[in-house]
Design a protein around this ligand. Structure first.
Ligand SMILES: NC(=O)c1ccc[n+]([C@@H]2O[C@H](COP(=O)([O-])OP(=O)(O)OC[C@H]3O[C@@H](n4cnc5c(N)ncnc54)[C@H](OP(=O)(O)O)[C@@H]3O)[C@@H](O)[C@H]2O)c1
Length: 286
């Protein structure tokens, strides 16, 4: 049985690539140019041809702003394609580990951490397509993990942007009215890797939340990134979301409650400040 990681050149996929050599199992990594998961026939052929028994789907249409104007494409990647993977896993008696998002929650009137039992209510196209993807993933035996505010050493993300801006600009404005939890892709990858390696997923199909521990606003996150990096000459100014006009209504409060994940898998989760420091240390060592 071989493990397939789709969307493997993204943030999460890149971190799974780093971990795979620690495994005795066989892993295959593909991105869109090697396996376009929106192509059902290609997915079926690949799964059959490589004896795939487990798919970890890291592929997604993650451009939240662009999804607002191209929901059809986002739906094809974030939902229809997940159905293709689920269909293939169902046919081959396999398993799908799928990654979703806190954006399935739009407004959270209670301002309390969201549990897996809470009714989703996406208020943007990206959130709607990811919620549709969760439903597709449930067509086969699956583990669905919702995460939030993903960043890493790879690709484009808030941490890399803030490292650059706070090093080069005298002032940076960052919103303080959106609250959540940053998640280091390295920690999420390690959690998924641990579950897959141990086989623990087999007894615990279902929906789980995973982010780093703690709560902050984007402003707090930017402030912590600059402080840890010694970028003290940049004035980081808290501002309201309205100062950055966007077609997307982002969740004002989307902290994920991770109790179920921790109790089920017995995995402790690092605090976001600790995770941020490890990521910046890794960047500085590159
Ligand atoms: N980023 C966040 O802040 C965040 C927050 C919460 C949840 N998530 C979820 O976490 C997961 C991993 O996110 P990430 O940040 O690692 O994503 P990412 O860096 O944007 O990587 C996604 C990868 O999927 C590939 N891809 C796109 N369309 C594809 C297709 N049709 N077939 C195969 N591959 C395709 C992309 O390739 P191209 O670059 O060539 O398009 C890219 O390499 C996703 O499910 C995402 O929705 C992300």
């Amino acid at each position: 049985m071989t493990i397939l990681v789709t969307g493997a050149n993204g943030q999460l996929g890149s971190h799974l690539r780093l971990l795979a050599p620690l495994s005795a199992k066989a892993w295959i990594f593909t991105d869109a140019d090697e396996l376009d998961i929106t192509d059902r026939a290609a997915v079926d052929d690949f799964v059959a041809g490589h004896n795939i028994g487990l798919v970890i789907n890291c592929a997604a249409y993650t451009n939240v702003d662009r999804a607002e104007n191209d929901e059809e494409t986002a739906m094809r990647v974030n939902a229809t394609a997940v159905g293709n993977l689920a269909h293939a896993m169902q046919r081959h008696d396999g398993w799908l580990v799928h990654v979703s998002t806190d954006y399935v929650f739009g407004g959270n009137p209670n301002n309390r951490p969201c549990t897996e039992a809470q009714q989703p209510n996406p208020t943007c196209a990206y959130g709607r397509t990811k919620l549709a993807g969760e439903i597709e993933a449930q067509q086969c035996r699956s583990t669905i993990i919702r995460t939030s505010w993903l960043y890493s050493e790879f690709g484009k993300n808030f941490l890399l942007t803030m490292l650059r801006l706070t090093a080069t600009q005298p002032q940076v404005k960052v919103v303080f009215d959106q609250t959540g939890t940053p998640t280091y892709a390295g920690d999420l990858a390690k959690a998924i890797f641990t579950i897959v390696e141990s086989g623990a997923y087999l007894d615990h199909a279902g929906l789980y939340n995973y982010s780093n521990e703690g709560v902050c606003s984007w402003y707090d996150f930017a402030h912590a990134i600059a402080a840890y990096s010694g970028h003290t000459s940049c004035d980081i100014v808290p501002c309201h979301s309205g100062e950055f006009p966007s077609p997307v209504e982002r969740p004002a409060y989307s902290v994920l409650d991770k109790t179920k994940f921790k109790q089920t898998f017995g995995i402790s989760i690092p605090h976001w400040t600790d995770a941020m420091q490890r990521c910046i240390d890794n960047i500085n060592q590159q």
